[in-house]
Design a protein around this ligand. Structure first.
Ligand SMILES: Nc1nc2c(ncn2[C@@H]2O[C@H](COP(=O)(O)OP(=O)(O)OP(=O)(O)O)[C@@H](O)[C@H]2O)c(=O)[nH]1
Ligand SMILES: [Mg+2]
Length: 327
């Protein structure tokens, strides 16, 4: 699907399923698990969780919420515990040390019992009242992503160009249009995602990795347009630490997905330049080959070798096609 074919997530109610499946039989799996990474979000976390509960109750889907807290110290944990005490469909997992939002999403997805997993945030930015429509639009796709129509994130001046560059690289690597690479609002099939969970990094780039892993394996990713609101509470995005991680993400993506697409053109360009220079030396310098000619040819050889090696590593470490279903 291209950016121009984005569907707008409408406010209208989802197509009503034949039977009301909102109640889960003991021991059976709910339709949807909503995974919430939380860290110091007191004040609005309850509002957000209640908003999700009300939305899901009004839908035809049976559901559960798995909130994964990373050592919040502002009372978020206590708010979550009290919400969970009042509704058995809300579970809270507490990491003993701070892993980051990616680590929390990984833990929550591993613990999910639902057939479909939804990732979203608890900072009031994503339209969580449209989760049922997001799940509806998963039909026919392996993953569906809420593509934001504006960037309201903190440190906009730094993040917008960094995100643009990473997105361009990602599009080049997978040869596909990616309307929003970093959206934290997405839905996918739990069992299909199992093989990718081990790859997810702890930090914010977890969502990028989720899109890239699917696209690199030829799975289908659909996009639906969503609004993106200004954040409540304080951002956890650190301008230096997280921008540095973005740059690292560029290197990882280059090496991890279709490395030959980057290394081959670069290596071949160096090789052509080196051979041209070699010809020039032979003709004009009476076979005395300059040191820089040898250096250029050596660099070409190295770049091509690294590309081939990275390609081999990617192929050897690819997860098996049909993993055992999760327990
Ligand atoms: N468990 C856990 N959750 C986190 C951590 N850092 C952030 N989060 C949660 O991850 C979600 C996204 O974090 P944000 O700080 O909003 O990051 P962002 O959306 O990239 O940036 P903003 O532009 O500030 O909204 C929120 O629900 C946070 O509570 C963390 O270290 N651990
Ligand atoms: Mg946010």
């Amino acid at each position: 699907m291209t950016a121009t074919e984005l569907n707008e997530l409408s406010e209208s109610p989802p197509p009503v399923a034949a039977a009301d499946r909102s109640a889960v039989e003991p021991g059976s799996r709910p339709d949807v698990t909503i995974v919430l990474p939380t860290y110091d979000e007191v004040g609005h976390v309850s509002t957000e969780v209640r908003r999700i509960c009300a939305t899901m109750d009004a839908s035809a889907y049976s559901w559960e919420i798995v909130a994964v807290d990373d050592g919040s110290t502002d009372g978020t944990r206590e708010e979550l515990r009290s919400l969970a005490a009042r509704d058995a469909r809300i579970r809270v997992i507490e990491h003993r040390r701070n892993l980051g939002s990616g680590g929390a999403r990984r833990t929550g997805t591993r613990a999910a019992r639902g057939h479909v997993v939804v990732w979203t945030d608890v900072d009031m930015t994503y339209p969580n009242d449209r989760i049922p429509q997001l799940v509806d639009s998963l039909e026919g796709y392996d993953q569906v992503v809420g593509a934001r129509n504006s960037e309201e994130g903190t440190h906009k001046a730094l993040r917008v160009p960094a995100k643009w560059a990473v997105r361009r690289l990602a599009q080049y690597l997978v040869q596909e249009d990616i309307p929003d690479l970093n959206s934290g609002f997405r839905a996918f099939h739990r069992d299909r995602a199992a093989r990718y969970l081990g790859r997810l990094p702890n930090g914010f780039s977890c969502v990028t990795t989720m899109t890239m892993s699917y696209l690199a394996d030829g799975l289908s990713v659909g996009y639906v347009q969503i609004p993106y609101a200004a954040r409540e509470g304080e951002s956890k995005f650190h301008w230096y630490r997280d921008t540095r991680k973005y740059l690292l993400q560029v290197v990882r993506m280059t090496l991890g997905y279709e490395p030959l697409r980057v290394f081959m053109p670069l290596g071949l360009a160096l090789l052509l330049f080196g051979l041209g220079k070699l010809g020039f030396d032979v003709i004009t310098k009476d076979f005395r080959i300059a040191t820089n000619t040898l250096l250029i040819l050596f660099a070409a050889f190295q770049v091509i070798s690294i590309g081939l090696l990275a390609d081999l590593v990617v192929r050897v470490t690819k997860p098996p096609e049909d993993p055992a279903p999760p327990v």
